[in-house]
Design a binder for this molecule. Structure first.
Ligand SMILES: [Zn+2]
Length: 67
């Protein structure tokens, strides 16, 4: 008579690779949007002050130092 063998556990990822890619892409896009709204002064966007002026009210609403 032998002892019962323990059930083998299979590692199941807590998050699927596809969901991880989508989540990382969403976080990246949101960080880029936050940068463009809050900090871009035309250096990255190459838009001069157009993007700054477009996001100007949003900056003040969020309390980001502006001028
Ligand atoms: Zn301002």
């Amino acid at each position: 008579m032998s002892a019962p063998t323990p059930a083998r556990s299979v590692a199941v990822p807590a998050i699927s690779p596809r969901l991880l890619r989508v989540a990382l892409l969403a976080v990246g896009l949101l960080l880029m949007l936050a940068y463009l709204v809050a900090f871009d002064q035309g250096a990255v966007s190459q838009s001069g002050m157009y993007l700054h002026e477009l996001m100007h009210d949003g900056r003040h609403l969020l309390g980001v130092p502006c001028h």
